[in-house]
Write a protein that binds this ligand. Structure first.
Ligand SMILES: Cc1ncc(COP(=O)(O)O)c(C=O)c1O
Length: 381
């Protein structure tokens, strides 16, 4: 057993004043949605250029509500990338719609917009792209396409809180935008998410969709006209969110420096496919939620599982981001098969997510790079 502490591949940074703040909320007598949620939503709204933003218990809840808000339901199709997290597939199916997958780019991993255009049918209601760390979807091309074809856009921004497109935060532009505050993301509320919407009417509808479908009547009774969910964020979590959002620039700078270090130090033989290299010393608007590489498995004598186990034995955690959505059991129910999306499938086979979070040091990155290099070198075919 190594004496070095285990290096998780992702995780939060929580300071003592935040922990004390949570204690204050717990002692205050009001622990579910209340003043801290309002404060958190105001801060998120300022972050999103003044647009209304609604906090929820997860990004998954925010995606479900966004689909409902966009009128996506039975009979509708939603075009999305097969290289993303299960949330995307699950929520499209959950609201009664049909997922229509397209492939992505090998290096940026973003949805292929030419394939999106080709997949549009009269039943298409929305496009739901996932932004990737280090490389945003081309927002100009995406929004122009959606406008031209009369489609809603739901951006899955779970991985890119703080990324900027042409100087504006993701969430400040576009149509509907969802964020995740899971502990593995750029900032956390333990579990949590948010949805940026276009106007007060949409915000009001989200209020109902996230809380039982309830609307309030003038006589101080309540009505339900459609079935809502129960996705309101508690104040305990919002208190953490307020503190985390204030520290986001610092977290992002640390993540950026760690990603830069990976690019400096990561050089296996045979080589891995790396994410797009950062440009302009931080001025390119990208953020680094994770550092995922593609392993040269066809030139190695080890499987990905064996390589990950070897890293684990050296005290280094890894992840898989992501499996191919069209090939999971649920995806296959829509008729998808191996070979449909070669880039997505290659990423799903070869990808490994290496440790990257704001609690790490440059020495941690060096340790990961040395371990991966050594394992790959020894396993050369
Ligand atoms: C790309 C992507 N979208 C959505 C989600 C869902 O986030 P949450 O756990 O907040 O529901 C995740 C979670 O890992 C994700 O990675």
């Amino acid at each position: 057993m190594s004496s070095v502490p285990y290096l998780r591949f992702a995780g939060p940074v929580l300071d003592e004043s935040t922990i004390a703040g949570v204690g204050d909320v717990l002692r205050s007598g009001w622990i579910t949605s209340g003043p801290w949620v309002r404060e958190f939503e105001d801060a998120l709204s300022a972050f999103c250029g003044g647009r209304p933003v609604k906090a929820m218990t997860s990004a998954t809840a925010a995606v479900e509500v966004a689909l409902q808000l966009a009128g996506v339901g039975s009979g509708a199709e939603v075009i999305t990338s097969a290289q993303s997290f299960f949330t995307v597939l699950n929520m499209i199916v959950k609201v009664g719609a049909t997922p229509v997958f397209v492939d992505c780019d090998l290096v940026t991993r973003n949805i292929d917009l030419a394939q999106v255009e080709a997949a549009i049918t009269p039943r298409t209601k929305a496009i739901m792209p996932t932004h990737w760390p280090g490389s945003l979807v081309d927002m100009d091309a995406l929004l122009a396409l959606a406008r031209r074809r009369g489609l809603r856009v739901i951006e899955d921004a779970a991985l890119v809180m703080g990324s900027q497109w042409k100087g504006r935060n993701i969430g400040a532009i576009g149509d509907l935008v969802t964020f995740s505050f899971h502990p593995n993301k750029n900032m956390t509320t333990i579990e949590g998410g948010a949805l940026a919407v276009n106007d007060a009417a949409e915000a009001q509808r989200v209020d109902a969709l996230r809380f039982h479908g309830i609307t309030y009547l003038p006589d101080r009774t309540r009505d339900v006209a459609f079935p809502g969910g129960k996705f309101n964020l508690p104040d305990v979590n919002a208190r953490i969110g307020v503190a985390q959002l204030a520290r986001l620039p610092e977290f992002l700078a640390t993540r950026r420096a760690l990603a830069d270090r990976y690019f400096e130090r990561f050089a296996t033989d045979p080589p891995c496919v790396l994410p797009p290299r950062p440009r302009n010393g931080g001025g390119d608007g990208q953020t680094w939620n994770m550092f995922s590489v593609l392993l040269p498995l066809d030139r190695l004598t080890v499987t990905r599982r064996e390589l990950r186990d070897a890293l684990d034995a050296r005290g280094i955690g890894t992840g898989v981001s992501y499996e191919a959505l069209h090939l999971c059991t649920l995806g296959r129910r829509y008729g998808y098969r191996e070979g449909d999306f070669p880039v997505t499938e290659r990423i799903a086979r070869e990808t490994v997510t290496l440790p990257l979070h704001a609690g790490m040091t440059a020495a941690d990155v060096d340790r990961v790079c040395a371990a991966v290099t050594e394992i790959v070198h020894r396993a050369r075919a």
